[in-house]
Every structure is written in structure tokens, then in C-alpha cells.
Design a protein around this ligand. Structure first.
Ligand SMILES: NC(=O)c1ccc[n+]([C@@H]2O[C@H](COP(=O)([O-])OP(=O)(O)OC[C@H]3O[C@@H](n4cnc5c(N)ncnc54)[C@H](OP(=O)(O)O)[C@@H]3O)[C@@H](O)[C@H]2O)c1
Length: 285
């Protein structure tokens, strides 16, 4: 399949691009032109050119402003990247024959106690609200939206995943503050990439949670499982409440997802978090 990938330089994109290429797909990474402004008209013109030239069977959109506090500080940029970009991409893709759109959204838009089915949403901050608005245009044009969260070894020089950050802090011998009152149900980068490939192959339309088992873990439990799996007995994990941090944007405490709809559609089991950690960090001996 010929796949046009937007956001290929980011945390997920830098893993997904080689993953899809190794699986035999032709991956075309969208690159922004430095001589064109990154405002709405400039981006739209570049998207139209890229989609027109690529003649892709599928588009995957990973472009986003993912820094939660930066979204709070710059509503215009958050709205452009998280909401308008998916609208532009899905609109131009609709004019390209046979072009299917897969857009990545987030578990961050769940703001009430979980685990959450897809119908739930309660955005608590600008990041969540703008990501929510970016889903509609994709869905109404017959595309797929995956709400997800993920961990694993980043291949993007400037972007560390949660698990990278934990392991880097442990390696420094420093105390590692980990939240015991924020729960989630992430996938590893390998499973998420495999899921994306399966969705593209089936042209699976609709809104889906893409996470591990719904009981989930707190971020403190995740850090302990990861360090335990890797035999890091000296890790100085310090569980604490997120309330001790003075964060500009309010954060959801329970992002756990029910992913049964996706598991049913793909006819495969939902992995639990232990399997995901083992899969992402396989034993070396
Ligand atoms: N990271 C997480 O833990 C997480 C959790 C849940 C969901 N998600 C979702 O997963 C998706 C991918 O996240 P990620 O962590 O891989 O994001 P990321 O590392 O922040 O990468 C964002 C991408 O957007 C591109 N981008 C930024 N500004 C742009 C602009 N003006 N024009 C064109 N491209 C621009 C970046 O390209 P440049 O490098 O050129 O700036 C980069 O490729 C997002 O939809 C995010 O909401 C992420």
C-alpha cells in the first residue's frame, strides 16, 4: 500500500514510518517546505500538493501540538494543528480517489472516572478539546479515528516517551517522581503500529479506543512494572499525587479506555499491560 504519513518526524511517526516500510508498504513522509509559512493557508496549500502528487491509498495523520501546557498558552496554534489540520487533510483526501484517512487522537479527552467507552468524553483542557474537534471531520468523511496512548523506545531525537523518561531518570540514579493517581491503559509502539497497519489494510472506518486492557495501571504502577521487568532493583521510584505539581492546564486522572470495539472489529485480543511491556522491552537472553 502507498501511505502518505503526516507527522513522520514525531514520537509515533519516527517509529511507525520504518515499521510500515519494513512490512512492505511504500511510505511517503510529508515534509513541510521552509519557504512557505506554517499558517493555515500555507499548510493547506502544501497538503493539497502532497495529496495530489502522492496518489496514496491511505493517509495517516500524526500532526499535533502535543505539549498540553503549550496548547493552553496558544489556543490558535492548538486549534490549527489539532483541529483544522485533520479537517484539511480529510477534505483533500476526499477528492483523491480511493484515499482512506486514519487520524490519531488521544485518551486525554477522557476527564471522568473510567474505564471509558468511545461515547465518553469530557475535555478538561485546550489540548483535549482541540483533539476532540479534530475527530469529527475525519469521521464524517468515512475515515478512522484511533484514540490512544503509547510508550516504548523513541526513535525521534527530540522526543522521549514516558518509558524513555522513566528509564533515563532511573539511569541517573535520581529519585523518579511518578503519579499514583493518574491511570491509563497504553499500548506499546509495536502494538500500536501493528494496529494502525491492520486498520489501513481493512479500511476500518469509525471511532475506536486503541489501548491495553481496561483495568489499566497508574503511572506509578506502570513505572514499577517496567523497572521490575528490566530488573532495575535500585530504581528510586517515588509515588506521589499529580496535585503536588502546579500545572497550568488541568489534567485527567483516569484515561483508561475500553478497547473492545476495536478488538471485535480486528478479531484479536486486547493485550494486558504486562504483555505490552514484555513485548516492547523483550528479554535479551
Ligand atoms: N505522545 C503521546 O504520549 C501521545 C499520547 C496519546 C495520543 N497521542 C497522539 O498521537 C499523535 C502523535 O503524537 P506524537 O507524540 O508522535 O507527536 P509529536 O512527537 O509531538 O510530533 C508531532 C508531529 O507534528 C508535526 N508538526 C508540528 N507542527 C507542525 C506544523 N505546523 N505543520 C506540520 N507538521 C507539524 C511535527 O513535525 P516537526 O517535527 O516538523 O515539527 C511532528 O512530526 C498525536 O495525534 C497525539 O495527539 C500522543
Amino acid at each position: 500500500m502507498r501511505i502518505l504519513l503526516f507527522g513522520a518526524s514525531g514520537l509515533l511517526g519516527s517509529f511507525l514510518a520504518p515499521y510500515l516500510a519494513q512490512a512492505g508498504h511504500e511510505v511517503i513522509a510529508f515534509r513541510r517546505r521552509s519557504d512557505v509559512p506554517s499558517d493555515a493557508p500555507g499548510l493547506e496549500m502544501q497538503f493539497a500538493d502532497a495529496i495530489g502528487q502522492a496518489r496514496a491509498q491511505a493517509i495517516v495523520n500524526l500532526i499535533a501540538l502535543t505539549q498540553v501546557d503549550a496548547c493552553e498558552d496558544d489556543l490558535a496554534k492548538a486549534s490549527l494543528l489539532n483541529a483544522q489540520v485533520p479537517e484539511m487533510l480529510s477534505r483533500h483526501a476526499a477528492g483523491a480517489p480511493g484515499c482512506f484517512v486514519l487520524h490519531i487522537s488521544t485518551d486525554h479527552l477522557y476527564g471522568t472516572p473510567g474505564p471509558h467507552p468511545e461515547e465518553d468524553f469530557h475535555p478538561l483542557n485546550v489540548y483535549a478539546l482541540t483533539k476532540y474537534h479534530g475527530e469529527f471531520p475525519v469521521l464524517e468523511r468515512g475515515g478512522c479515528v484511533l484514540r490512544t496512548n503509547f510508550f516504548g523506545r523513541s526513535r525521534a531525537a527530540a522526543r522521549a516517551s514516558l518509558s524513555d523518561w522513566i528509564l533515563n531518570e532511573v539511569a541517573k540514579g535520581a529519585p523518579v517522581p511518578v503519579f499514583d493517581d493518574v491511570r491509563f491503559s497504553p499500548l506499546g509502539l509495536h502494538s500500536l503500529s501493528r494496529t494502525i497497519e491492520a486498520v489501513l489494510a481493512r479500511r476500518l472506518a469509525g471511532l475506536f479506543n486503541a489501548g491495553s486492557a481496561q483495568q489499566g495501571v497508574s503511572k506509578a504502577e506502570f513505572a514499577a512494572l517496567l523497572c521490575g521487568h528490566l530488573g532495575l532493583v535500585d530504581a528510586r521510584l517515588e509515588p506521589r499525587s499529580i496535585e503536588r505539581l502546579a500545572l497550568r492546564a488541568p489534567r485527567p486522572r483516569d484515561m483508561r479506555m475500553r478497547s473492545a470495539r476495536l478488538a471485535d472489529a480486528l478479531a484479536w485480543p486486547i493485550p494486558d499491560i504486562h504483555e505490552e511491556i514484555e513485548h516492547e522491552y523483550p528479554a535479551t537472553h
